[in-house]
Design a protein around this ligand. Structure first.
Ligand code: ADP
Ligand code: ZN
Ligand code: ZN
Length: 740
């Protein structure tokens, strides 16, 4: 095994906010073949010790080979990441203009980020050295504990693991003392790795595909290396069945599969569906796992012990021994985009990872983003469509309920209430959707109109009833319910408007014979709560489900035949240019919960804007036609997919500092921006100008071509990094999904 020569320099990526790597010397006795990119190392950095990742090995440092420090040590014998993930992290750091070390840190499970235990499952076995076997106890100077340890180990010639030794009352300190004398040595045992592959991979037989599904499946399994697919299939059209069969094909080639699902989409139901189908091991990654459980799943995926990884956003970085296919379900979902720190989009990085591995990648959705549709329509992705619901389910029937001038009971029109009652009496379930949790969006003084704003944000505080308090949904600040008005001291404070809690109360009063099940972030916080609610719904008893968008995604509730959307108007008039797209997606997704069983479903939409053109197109011609219209609007504005955006955000506790800073940056950027044909707008206050005590501003960069935007961003980030200093918090957001 070679030793590092005088010309072996390791480039280490460290979790520090600097956009560069750091050069170190290896320890002189380290075998060169262990210095693999993707391996964790511990290094001295200033006064601290940091955990970093070897990014590369080079012959000379541009900082001068003589000035380099030596690493403290390698943490693992095998690299945490393979070449493809090293390249992917580098790509992402460049594209999102984020420090490489932090990209790596994100890609690692938490336990590996800041602990220097090996990721490998090793147990330390202690055994005697030759000297230890021969030494006479009279030479041990009455070191009783050491003699005891030697006696025990002499009875166990193969050595003993640490916990067993503890059972014999041998302490680690004693063993270390013996080790220093050269009497005992450590041996690292690795449990054998059990490869996932087995002859019979299926635990149940697959469904017979209908013709549309067959047409969709065929090109995916045609083995042509890298190929992106957009599987556009209406809700309930059997996309998941297509994924399952595509994955089966992939497994038969001896390769693993990675399936990404939205944060809320990874319900026990989804996982069960995969586990029921396959006899080979499936693991999941989601927010309810402990760090330890995550590391175990990660290790198994990396070592090829599991066949399928099913996970949310960050699972994209899960190392896999031999990955053969990536699936991104509900590709339009906003949770694929990380909204702070390293603002990557897992859907977009899935395409890059698939390209690096030369494998197929499938983006699936009933309501694809305009970007993915554009890619499919322009031929960059292969467009597969499923237009009919699978099995016997029929598409839901839409009904727009004009509520102008209607007398509403708790925000619901009489027709809606009558319909609900009829369905409940017929033994069906009803889903009422409202995208606002809490009791009411405002608690207002009836005498003067005063209401409480969050002291740290530009936003009113939401009123919660159980437990009673005011809550800022933007910074989590909580206050007791005020007893009197902050302006006129009146005690007549009234909740105005409707949230899930209030709707739950009202519906319980209106339909006392039927249970009301509320599903939102407040009722499903604990691990088991969501499963318990879902179980109840799946029992099939007639009931009313009340919920936020958590209810809209991926669930299959065969007994639901009516979905009611109380108020869609807010979404049609929001300031964010993507709001209409998101509203339409949410509407179609929530509608997709209706009529998934044998009975046709109905969707009732209450609105004051029955003639809204986009709503009309969406309902009469479907999501595809709607998307075309919206895409044409975007073309005129030069907005994505006909243009590329990036935001430079800055925030400060001083109301002026961030704006002034971005102003300077804007002045500095303009000449280069003009040369590159990139527009720079702003600085403007963010949609939420003040959040968590900080004043927020942003510069928007827009270009017709991606390379020009990237080039300008590179210069901008370099300048900002130099000038911002420590006081100002700033970030870059490439391809933002919200302008907030
Ligand atoms: P999607 O993922 O598009 O929402 P699913 O894959 O969940 O749709 O399918 C919806 C329902 O239709 C499920 O109950 C599924 O078992 C059923 N289904 C899917 N494909 C078929 C098929 N080829 N034949 C019969 N039933 C099917
Ligand atoms: Zn707040
Ligand atoms: Zn008042």
């Amino acid at each position: 095994m070679g030793k590092p020569g005088s010309h072996t320099i390791i480039q280490v990526a460290l979790p520090v906010p600097l956009r560069r790597t750091f050069d170190y010397l290896p320890k002189p006795d380290t075998p060169v073949n262990l210095l693999q990119p993707g391996t964790r190392v511990k290094v001295p950095f200033g006064k601290r010790q940091l955990i970093g990742i070897i990014h590369g090995v080079i012959p000379h440092s541009s900082y001068g080979d003589d000035n380099l420090k030596t690493i403290t040590g390698l943490l693992d014998e095998e690299a945490a990441f393979g070449d493809e993930l090293v390249t992917l992290c580098q790509w992402a750091a460049n594209y999102y203009h984020h420090p490489l070390g932090d990209v790596y840190a994100h890609a690692l499970p938490t336990l590996l980020r800041n602990k220097d235990d090996s990721w490998e499952e090793v147990s330390t076995r202690w055994r005697l050295t030759q000297k230890g076997r021969l030494i006479g106890f009279d030479q041990m100077k009455r070191a009783k504990r050491q003699i005891h340890a030697l006696e025990i180990l002499r009875e166990h010639p193969d050595g003993l693991h640490q916990p067993l030794l503890k059972g014999f009352e041998v302490e680690p300190a004693t063993l270390r003392a013996l080790q220093d004398k050269g009497l005992v040595e450590q041996h690292a045992d690795r449990p054998p790795r059990q490869h996932w592959w087995q002859e019979h991979m299926l635990a149940e037989s697959p469904l017979t595909l209908n013709e549309e599904q067959r047409h969709a499946l065929q090109p995916i399994i045609a083995n042509q290396g890298f190929r992106p697919f957009l599987l556009e299939g209406v809700t309930g059209s059997g996309k998941t069945e297509v994924y399952l069969q595509a994955i089966h094909h992939c497994l038969q080639q001896g390769k693993q599969a990675l399936v990404l699902v939205p944060e809320i989409g990874l319900t026990p139901q989804t996982l069960h569906r995969f586990q029921h189908r396959f006899a080979v091991p499936v693991v999941s990654f989601h927010s309810h796992l402990s760090d330890r459980e995550r590391l175990t799943s990660w290790r198994k995926a990396r070592n090829g012990e599991v066949a399928i990884v099913l996970g949310t956003r960050s699972a994209l970085f899960c190392p896999m021994e031999n990955l053969g296919m990536i699936i991104v379900d509900e590709e339009h979902d906003l949770s694929y985009k990380q909204q702070e720190g390293f603002r990557y989009n897992a859907r977009d990085l899935a395409i890059i990872r698939a390209r690096l591995l030369d494998i197929p990648v499938v983006l699936g959705s009933a309501t694809p983003t305009l970007e993915s549709l554009h890619n499919a329509r322009s031929g960059r992705y292969e467009h597969l469509t499923l237009n009919r619901r699978a099995g016997k389910a029929m598409p839901p029937h839409f009904r727009v309920l004009d509520i102008r001038q209607k007398a509403l009971t708790h925000g619901m029109a009489p027709e809606l209430l009558t319909d609900m009652e009829a369905r409940l009496k017929a033994g069906r379930q009803v889903l009422v959707f409202i995208n606002r949790r809490g009791y009411a969006p405002v608690l207002m003084c009836h005498d003067c109109g005063w209401f409480k704003e969050c002291p740290h944000c530009d936003h009113r505080m939401t009123c919660h009833a159980n437990p009673a308090h005011l809550h800022c949904h933007h910074c989590n600040h909580q206050l007791a319910i005020p007893r009197y008005c902050g302006n006129c001291k009146s005690t007549d404070l009234r909740p105005i408007g409707m949230g899930t809690e209030r709707l739950e109360d009202n519906l319980t009063a209106l339909f006392p014979k039927f249970p009301v099940i509320r599903i939102d972030r407040d009722t499903t916080g604990r691990k088991e709560a969501m499963s318990r609610h879902l179980e109840r719904i799946h029992s099939g008893e007639p009931c009313i489900l009340v919920g936020t968008q958590m209810l809209a995604k991926g669930h299959h509730f065969p007994k639901v035949t009516l979905v009611a959307v109380c108020d869609i108007d807010a979404g049609l008039f929001a300031a964010d240019f993507r709001a209409t797209e998101h509203t339409a997606q949410l509407l179609m997704q929530v509608a997709g919960r209706s009529g998934r069983g044998a009975d046709q479903g109905t969707v009732i939409l209450q609105t004051h804007q029955p003639a809204h053109p986009l709503l009309q197109t969406l309902l009469s011609e479907g999501y595809g036609a709607f998307a075309t219209e919206l895409t044409n609007e975007r073309r005129l504005l030069g907005m994505p997919p006909y243009g590329y955006l990036a935001l430079l955000r800055a925030e400060s506790s001083d109301p002026r500092q961030a704006a002034q800073f971005l102003n300077q940056i804007e002045h500095w950027l303009q000449p280069q921006a003009q040369a590159l044909n990139v527009e720079v707008w702003g600085p403007a206050p963010a949609l939420m100008p003040k959040k968590a005590r900080r004043y927020r501003f942003q510069l928007m960069l827009r270009a017709e071509q991606r390379p020009a935007l990237q080039q300008l961003l590179k210069q901008a980030v370099k300048k900002v990094e130099q000038d911002a200093g420590h006081r100002l918090k700033w970030s870059v957001d490439v391809d933002p999904v919200t302008l907030d």
